[in-house]
Design a protein around this ligand. Structure first.
Ligand code: PMP
Length: 379
């Protein structure tokens, strides 16, 4: 069996060691004679699975004690509704920064629950070639006085731009306005100071687990203010009070997340850098992989990158071929040699190489070698 290098944006590649362990214990989990997906979420066997997953996520991100870690369902798009339903807290307006397609989806959904001010945007209708190629600087923000919160998308999975900095809400607002971020596609890829955020959320199917699970990390004082019409299963208070088991949680996705967390905790030792924290180790590896790929792109006239270098995503590397007619042949030829999932999002076209935590450096090197060969034969 040969495993492909899977560059898909999500569901995405999962560490091979994790898949092997999951396969090994699929039929008989810890001597129970049952699969972990067959056992009760309320039983004594399962309890340590969800408890450890939660504790390990706290350790990995250094989540402060006044934050809750919640496991939920409905994808990040459900969270786009769940956020305003919990976070408007009787206020009239929520602020959003627009950096691309995922921001727009968040904004559109939030408008159903209150007024939204888009306080900065890198949309550029006048210059389509510059559209969403950067993250607006904080100096461009036009904050709303008394906004319920300010929402950013930390990494635009489709456009391939990423915040390399954390906004300073106190400087922007003069008050501690909660900073909310969609971290779907870069959580656990780098160290993060959770205390700078009121709320972090995202879907698990990139750097955390399989699809079906969402993570929510929320400061405790922001819990308990849900709109009366918020479904109970989506009320942070209800979910927190029930330890993420108000209803049946996605037990297998949480189990798999737990294996990924153990894999991450073991990374510093595995790469011979026990001096590093797991997140520092991941950042080191991710910076290396992204730098290799961007350097190859920058050295070529055949491939084109649009995004401003300082805002380029480390997770989703987007580019086009100067001759767009070669895009599909590129995608197909790459797939034929085991480099899968490189087709750009249907809304923007081009190529997207998603190089999440589980993508080994060898995968990036194989992609670069393929790109050079493709350029040589088609350039
Ligand atoms: N936000 C971001 C940044 C995403 O990348 C995605 C999915 N690719 C979503 C939201 C939507 O997630 P879901 O499909 O889990 O609802």
């Amino acid at each position: 069996m040969t495993r492909a290098f899977n560059f898909s944006p999500g569901p995405a590649t999962i560490p091979e060691a994790v898949l092997r362990q999951a396969a090994d214990e699929l039929l008989d989990w810890r001597g129970t004679g049952m699969s972990v997906m067959e056992i009760s979420h309320r039983g004594a066997d399962y309890a340590p699975v969800i408890e450890e997953a939660q504790a390990d996520l706290r350790t990995l991100l250094g989540v402060p004690s006044n934050y809750k870690v919640l496991f939920m369902q409905g994808g990040a798009l459900a969270e786009n509704a769940i956020v305003p339903l919990n976070m408007m807290r009787g206020k009239a307006v929520a602020d959003y920064v627009d950096t691309g397609i995922w921001s727009v989806k968040s904004i559109t959904e939030a408008r159903r629950y209150g007024a939204v001010n888009v306080i900065a945007s890198s949309k550029d209708d006048q210059h389509p070639e510059l559209n969403y190629t950067r993250v607006p600087k904080q100096a461009e923000w036009q904050p709303t006085r008394d906004a319920a919160y300010v929402h950013i998308c930390g990494n635009e999975t489709i456009g391939g731009i990423e915040y390399q900095w954390v906004p300073d809400v106190v400087a922007a607002y003069g008050t501690d306005t909660p900073l909310v971020t969609d971290m779907s596609s870069h959580i656990l890829s780098r160290p993060v100071d959770v205390s700078k955020f009121g709320l972090i959320y995202g879907g698990a199917q990139k750097n955390v687990s399989m699809a079906g699970l969402t993570f929510v990390i929320v400061r405790e004082d922001l819990i308990g203010h849900a709109h009366p019409l918020c479904p109970s299963a989506f009320d942070y208070r209800v979910v927190a009070d029930n330890d993420s088991m108000f209803n049946t949680p996605p037990t297998y996705a949480i189990y798999l997340a737990g294996l990924v967390f153990k894999w991450l905790l073991a990374r510093p030792a595995a790469i011979g850098r026990p001096d590093l924290t797991p997140m520092a180790a991941m950042e080191l590896l991710n910076v290396e992989k992204a730098a290799l790929l961007y350097a190859a792109l920058d050295a070529s006239q055949f491939y084109v990158t649009r995004n401003v270098p300082e805002d380029r995503s480390r997770m989703n590397v987007t580019f086009t071929l100067r001759d767009d007619a070669l895009t599909m042949p590129f995608v197909q030829a790459a797939a034929a040699v085991g480099l899968k999932g490189l087709k750009g999002h249907r809304a923007v076209g081009g190529i997207r190489a998603s190089i999440y935590n589980a993508m080994p450096r060898a995968g990036v090197e194989a992609l670069i070698a393929f790109m050079r060969e493709f350029e040589r034969t088609h350039g």
